[in-house]
Design a protein around this ligand. Structure first.
Ligand code: ADP
Ligand code: MG
Length: 146
């Protein structure tokens, strides 16, 4: 799936993540861009639920990486906000995670620079003026809402 989606609640964000999750498999890298509070972690929680990860998925801002074992795949959730560049990202074991065939969901992927593979999916999150509304762009630059 690709395009721009307006989500009006956390539930709608989870539903979109559930659809998107169907396209994911081992080794996929998913970059989540957007400001603080734009909905990146909420989307990841929806992905985790769709992949049947047990338990709660919290923001990895302070620990940088969290691993969630789903029945069929390892979900690795990274928040690179506190890192400063590619060397930092390599130091947390970036290549190891890729080699393990995890699904990698990366908040603040800008920090990883050229470590992000060509094949990565790119999602952009925008907080619209209305409190609950978020725009999620999946592999697209344009903001035309689907
Ligand atoms: N439509 C929506 N989609 C996602 N989150 C929403 C939405 N409406 C309100 N929220 C709230 O906004 C916040 C989004 O935070 P979060 O997902 O942690 O953002 P980020 O990881 O991008 O910093 C959460 O508190 C969530 O409950
Ligand atoms: Mg977050």
């Amino acid at each position: 799936m690709t395009g721009s989606y307006r989500v009006k609640s956390v539930e709608e964000t989870w539903a979109l993540a559930g659809e998107f999750a169907k396209e994911l498999g081992p080794g996929d890298v998913v970059c989540l861009e957007g400001d603080l509070g734009a909905g990146k972690t909420t989307f990841t929680q929806g992905l985790a639920a769709a992949l049947k990860v047990p338990g709660r998925v919290t923001s990895p801002t302070f620990c940088i990486v969290q691993e969630h074992q789903a029945p069929d795949v390892l979900l690795v959730h990274m928040d690179l906000y506190r890192l400063h560049g590619e060397e930092d990202v390599e130091a947390i074991g970036w290549e190891d995670y890729l080699a393990r065939g995890a699904i990698m969901v990366v908040e603040w992927p800008e920090r990883a620079g050229s470590l992000i593979p060509e094949s990565a999916r790119h999602l952009v999150f925008r907080h619209l003026p209305d409190e609950e509304n978020r725009l999620i762009l999946i592999d697209t630059q344009t903001g035309d809402v689907v």
